[in-house]
Write a protein of this length. Structure first.
Length: 85
């Protein structure tokens, strides 16, 4: 999975990561039914937080779409605007 859809839940993200790697993880929270989009933007409190920081600190890219329906990523919107989202 190259990016997380807003509709994905924390549980689905954990599941996808576990299918790809037995050694990697993601510092998301404990409520697996919560949507990942809201979870990440809220800076989730999680069990891996002490070692890896908040989930929001670990986001390396995002795909969003503007009002014209154009899909944008970190490269197309620029680093400054990426950190705003």
């Amino acid at each position: 999975m190259s990016f997380f859809e807003v509709a994905a839940t924390v549980g689905e993200v954990y599941y996808r990561i576990s299918k790809k790697s037995k050694t990697l993880g993601f510092p998301a929270g404990l409520c697996t039914s919560l949507g990942i989009g809201g979870h990440i933007t809220g800076g989730p409190y999680a069990s891996m937080m002490r070692k890896f920081g908040l989930g929001v600190n670990n986001v390396i890219n995002a795909r969003i779409f503007n009002t014209n329906g154009i899909i944008l990523d970190k490269k197309s919107i620029g680093e400054d605007l990426f950190w705003v989202i």
